[in-house]
Ligand binder design. Structure first.
Ligand code: SAM
Length: 271
């Protein structure tokens, strides 16, 4: 049951500490840029899984609350618990069916209740011991409840390993691993993790949104790389010129890449 990803030493600090600090003036905007791109895919799947009125939902790592808003306003669920280590960005959401929970999901003492839906997008990949976390989340499902996990996957163009784009993206994953412990290598194992938890109807899918110049995803990567410059260069994979070239490429009409996608895996507790 343990995760098979060897790591080169402990990370220097978790998400929001050495990188992606919530108080950064453009952090909410950065998260929103990616949310905009992935929300249609996420919500289409949640709808297909039957999420609607009467459901009690836990949104783990709720971020700026775009999925929370969809659950409340479009799906019309009964209650949403929106959990994040930093919940300032959720302040504008005002709904009696919303409970905002400022908490660290890795805190073993956490007991948020039981749910018909537990959804976590782009959260587990940033956290330590995510296999254990999948177990804890599965333990909070009501009978018939769904656990839905979305995280990043890469389909790299291995025929162009030395392009500035590829080198910078690879440097980013390495830098994220060594600074905050991000690791996407276990994402394809999520369906197996869900099966190991005894969940039924386990399935998964991948969505790779278009990476087009000036589009929200290009802006997201551009902002992410710009904020990580020292960490990118510290990997030794790129220098300032390569990062500059990669950033220019993101806004150039020549941009043509299959960007990182999102894998969604889900499973259901027996009724
Ligand atoms: C990349 S953002 C994704 C936000 C949102 N799920 C989305 O897809 O738009 C990761 C979110 O997880 C939160 N987060 C990171 N580590 C956390 C932890 N240990 N406990 C709770 N939330 C955490 C961050 O504060 C941030 O809001």
């Amino acid at each position: 049951m343990s995760e098979a990803h060897p790591r080169g030493g402990p990370p220097a600090g978790g998400y929001g500490e050495s990188l992606f600090e919530p108080e950064h003036p453009r952090e909410a905007e950065r998260i929103d840029a990616a949310a905009l791109v992935y929300d249609p895919f996420t919500t289409r799947r949640l709808r297909a899984l039957g999420i609607g009125p009467g459901r009690r939902c836990l949104e783990v790592g709720a971020g700026t609350g775009t999925v929370v808003r969809w659950l409340l306003e479009t799906a019309g669920v009964e209650e949403v618990v929106a959990l994040d280590r930093d919940t300032d960005a959720l302040a504008p959401l005002d709904d009696p069916r919303l409970r905002v929970l400022t908490a660290d999901i890795t805190d073993e003492r956490l007991r948020p209740g039981t749910f018909d839906l537990i959804h976590a997008r782009f959260v587990l990949m940033h956290l330590p011991d995510r296999r254990r976390l999948v177990s804890r989340l599965a333990g909070w499902l009501k009978p018939g409840g769904l656990l839905v996990l979305g995280d990043a996957v890469e389909l790299p163009d291995v025929l162009a390993p030395s392009s500035a784009y590829r080198r910078t993206m690879d440097a980013m994953w390495q830098a994220l691993d060594s600074t905050i412990g991000t690791d996407i290598s276990a994402v394809p194992a999520y369906p197996r993790f869900l099966r190991e938890e005894g969940l039924r109807n386990v399935a998964a899918e991948v969505f790779c949104p278009p990476l087009v110049p000036g589009g929200p995803l290009a802006l997201f990567w551009s902002e992410t790389w710009s904020r990580m410059r020292p960490a990118l260069e510290a990997t030794g994979r790129v220098d300032a010129d390569v990062v500059e070239e990669a950033l220019a490429y993101l806004s150039s009409p020549r941009l043509a890449e299959l960007g990182p996608g999102m894998a969604m895996a889900w499973g259901q507790r027996e009724s």
